[in-house]
Design a binder for this molecule. Structure first.
Ligand code: ACO
Length: 377
């Protein structure tokens, strides 16, 4: 709502034109470069979607092969980053670790940091390397040896391998692949906007991604899926869902994983992830999370008329995949980096410094008082 000419939170403000992502909040549709997310989640892979976001078209088999090979060849970390990771305290926030390593990479790999079309090299490099950073950090803090990049694995399989070190089943890899596809882009969300603002000053792609990671770290953007899992811990059994949710609503608490600024119906990503939560739960003989979530969903809809968003079911999938909760948001970054960088490349193509204005509401014409005559307020 505009107040005195100010659109707080820039809600509903159209800040720029983009060909990358379209959200139809009324119909509950999400489109990447013209393709419906439901079809992409059904038929494509993360690598194919990343190609689509970066180059604006679906790849041919050769182009996809080329991208897979390039990404796989860019997974290794330079030695100084290995040393930085070895120095990180195990209690470090994993988003801080990601942000620090991306920032340090910009110093170590300056050839990739020039703004312009060649920044596609940096987009590939960062997309390839974020799972390695997460894997090394996570395994070091757990006292496990780091793993050498496995060039034969797909991006999703490498993410799972880098974290767990065990061989993942085809179903596990596909579940993560779908989650990565669904998180790859989402129009002008806060972190993408931050990346574009940075790029619009003609700063480099690594700086833009550093800004984006810092922005995604905030709990109002990333992190709701972690809180959903905490809610499930509190609920415990489906029979308690109504009591716990009602008590929270009575205290005017938000129920994580519900509601959305843009979607006025169910988030299409939630629809797809619900099915994957069920499928994976069935395969692992553990439908506990799915059953709890279904119950919570029914109560929240009956009480508040709210629909699930992408965060409601994703945490249950990651948990079933053996991914620790504090890595949920970094995993989001490992997918969204493809969208951030696609937006940065688009920004470089049609550059206009993003610099809004504010309405000044402070005093003017105050008399300057010499320091020796000032008194504490
Ligand atoms: N639980 C309870 N009530 C809610 C929720 C919720 N999750 N979401 C919205 N509402 C209620 C608000 O209390 C408000 O009610 P009121 O009019 O009676 O005061 C009404 O719905 C409108 O809420 P707003 O905050 O104005 O809606 P907005 O569109 O700004 O909020 C947001 C969107 C921030 C996502 C909100 O729905 C929320 O806090 N959800 C929980 C957090 C969450 O799941 N975040 C992940 C979003 S997806 C993503 O970022 C990847």
């Amino acid at each position: 709502m505009a107040e005195g000419g100010v659109q707080r939170g820039l809600e509903d403000v159209v800040a720029l034109e983009s060909q990358i992502c379209f959200i139809d909040g009324k119909e509950g549709r999400l489109i990447y470069r013209g393709y419906d997310i439901r079809e992409l989640a059904e038929r494509s892979t993360f690598e194919e979607v990343a190609y689509l976001l970066w180059y604006g078209r679906l790849p041919t088999p050769d182009q996809l092969d080329g991208l897979r090979t390039r990404l796989a060849g860019l997974r290794a970390l330079p030695e100084p980053i290995e040393r930085i990771l070895a120095e990180m305290p195990p209690s470090a926030n994993a988003m801080d670790v990601l942000r620090t390593c991306v920032s340090a990479l910009a110093i170590l790999e300056p050839a990739e940091t020039q703004p312009g079309p060649s920044s596609i090299g940096g987009a590939l490099r960062l997309t390839a390397v974020l799972p390695t950073i997460l894997g090394h950090f996570h395994r070091a803090r757990a006292g496990m040896p780091r793993l050498a990049p496995a060039p034969d694995l797909s991006h999703a399989a490498w993410v799972l391998h880098a974290l767990r070190g065990t061989e993942a089943s085809e179903l596990e890899v596909r579940a993560l692949d779908v989650a990565l596809i669904l998180h790859a882009d989402h129009e002008l969300n806060a972190s993408t906007f931050a990346a574009r603002v940075t790029a619009s000053t003609l700063s480099d792609l690594y700086s833009a991604v550093t800004s984006a990671i810092g922005t995604l770290k905030g709990p109002l953007h990333g992190g709701a899926n972690e809180r959903v899992m905490e809610l499930l811990d509190e609920v415990g059994t489906p029979a308690r869902a109504e009591e716990v949710v009602r008590a929270k609503l009575a205290r005017h608490e938000r129920i994580m994983g519900f509601g959305h600024r843009v979607y006025k119906v169910e988030d299409p990503r939630a629809t797809i992830l619900r099915e994957w939560s069920r499928k994976l739960g069935q395969a692992k003989g553990n439908l506990r999370y799915f059953d709890l979530l279904r119950q919570v969903e029914q109560v929240v809809h009956a009480e508040k008329g709210l629909y699930p968003n992408v965060d409601l079911y994703s945490g249950s999938i990651y948990t079933l995949l053996g991914i620790p909760r504090d890595l949920f948001t970094p995993l989001f970054a490992a997918s969204r980096v493809s969208g951030w960088t696609a937006h940065v490349l688009e920004e470089y193509q049609d550059l206009r410094l993003i610099r809004p204005t504010s309405r000044y509401v402070g005093p003017i014409d105050l008399a300057y008082v010499p320091i020796e005559k000032r008194t504490a307020a």
